[in-house]
Design a protein around this ligand. Structure first.
Ligand SMILES: *Cc1c(COP(=O)(O)O)cnc(C)c1O
Length: 448
């Protein structure tokens, strides 16, 4: 009997031309045409604009403590936010490479420069640790309520109290840095479970920051499971669950209102005649999902959001196209899951994020490692900006929108043809500033 994947054979799945291309590891540009307008969709999911607002308020409450604890948050008074910049030279390069014209302006959102952790995880993961610290402090009577003085988190009283509580995460990389450093800053016992493939510099960095690193001679999934089991055995332990975390998702949503304020400061208008396009690197889906959710609540139907995945790890697009979400992994379809874009190397999407985002994502695309390498090197050459491989995935998005038939049809169907001259395209750069010099050289050479 032929092997089945969620009730169908590989050949049956391949009857859908997009699924066929994905299984064959070709790059695709796919439009989510099931989705309605924001007004129609916003009440179809369990999260609301109030959840975004709550997350923004929580980050504001903690700003005074963040400012006194982390030097690099001082200039924004405790706000964890990144700048953005126009990348005209790179735009010309990517147009030439893909033989297309990107109409509108192309910008890069520099989450590689976020304070504290230097990756997009600093939005979601740090937020999740704040939620937990606040909850413990209120439950234990250390804080009287949300209007208490949050700089008390720096006091010996709080720090000594938190020593008996631990925060645990299983990861190969960036999530561990954000969670670990943040948990240690509160005085929590911070424990990061890592698999054998995790980079040595990440383990060293965590240990230097007071984080306990437990190494497993197993793969990523097993390291996470062992971390989860150890955490669940201890009632004073909190486990950050990358695949199912609502707090991570909500932390990311706050990026959108911040972006709106930044664009407004620079006189960049987003309205019915001036569309905004976001191109977001996607791993489990939490960060692109959260940012898109916040963006739709901020800009409504004037923002269009596309997620970007490696051709060898198309987990979210496969979850959506098959309608099987996290029930299928890319490996089930014979896709190897190996990519230079290590921050996106998640073989199975997040069930809850995929289901929510079906209502909000405009589409997604995949790109090859060669294209990622080339983006990385050319961004250094043209703009003198270094990103880690995963962070370059958004850089092909605008070119794909104009180059592909699907993209052109999308522009027409949405009535955007005349408006594209006013469009703002934002490729979201998700990390890079922490990568050691020798790794940078290797990555740069790979895209020469
Ligand atoms: C985690 C990560 C992403 C993707 O975020 P998900 O929430 O996993 O989708 C993208 N880029 C970098 C650098 C990351 O570390």
């Amino acid at each position: 009997m032929t092997k089945e994947i969620a009730g169908k054979t590989l050949e049956q799945w391949k009857e859908n031309p997009y699924i066929k291309d994905i299984i064959e590891e070709n790059d695709v540009f796919w439009i989510n045409d099931k989705k309605g307008s924001f007004e129609e969709e916003k009440d179809q999911v369990e999260y609301t604009g109030q959840d975004v607002k709550d997350a923004e308020d929580r980050l504001k409450r903690f700003a005074p403590w963040l400012e006194m604890t982390f030097e690099d948050t001082k200039k924004l008074n405790g706000l964890i936010e990144s700048p953005y910049s126009k990348i005209d030279q790179f735009k010309a390069d990517v147009e030439a490479r893909y033989d297309t014209e990107i109409i509108g302006d192309l910008y890069l959102k520099r989450d590689d420069l976020l304070p504290i952790a230097g990756t997009i995880k600093a939005r979601g993961a740090i937020y999740e640790v704040l939620v937990h610290a606040e909850k413990v402090a209120i439950e234990q009577g250390l804080l009287s309520g949300y209007d208490d003085d949050y700089t008390k988190f720096a006091s010996d009283e709080f720090q000594n109290y938190f020593k008996d509580f631990s925060v645990v995460v299983g990861t190969t990389g960036n999530l561990g840095i954000s969670v670990g450093v943040m948990a240690a800053a509160f005085g929590f016992k911070a424990i990061v479970h890592m698999s054998s493939e995790a980079k040595q510099w990440k383990k060293d960095y965590l240990r230097q920051n007071g984080v306990e690193v437990i190494e497993h001679n197993t793969n990523f999934t097993e390291a996470v499971e062992q971390g989860r089991a150890a955490s669940e055995a201890d009632p004073n332990s909190y486990f950050v669950d990358d695949e199912n975390s609502e707090h991570l998702f909500l932390g990311y949503t706050t990026a959108a209102s911040r972006l709106k304020a930044q664009l407004e400061d620079d006189g960049i208008v987003i309205d019915d005649d001036h569309p905004l396009f976001l191109y977001l690197p996607c791993g489990v889906g939490g960060s692109p999902g959260g940012i898109t959710f916040g963006a739709k609540h901020t800009f409504g139907d004037n923002v269009y959001a596309f997620f970007a995945e490696p051709t060898h790890v198309p987990s979210l697009i496969l979850g959506l196209l098959t309608g099987e979400y996290s029930n299928v992994s890319v490996n089930d379809f014979g896709i190897d899951g190996k990519t230079v874009m290590d921050g996106l190397a998640v073989p199975r999407t997040s069930q809850f994020v995929a289901k929510v985002m079906e209502h909000f994502f405009d589409g997604g695309y995949t790109l090859s490692d060669e294209e990622s390498n080339r983006n990385l090197t050319r961004l250094v050459d043209t703009e003198d900006i270094f990103l880690e491989p995963a962070a370059t995935a958004g850089l092909s998005g605008a070119a794909f929108l104009f180059k592909t038939e699907e993209g052109q049809k999308f522009i027409q169907d949405k009535g955007l043809t005349e408006k594209m001259a006013n469009a703002t395209h934002v490729a979201w750069a998700t990390g890079g500033s922490m990568v050691p010099e020798e790794d940078r050289k290797k990555f740069y050479e790979a895209g020469k």
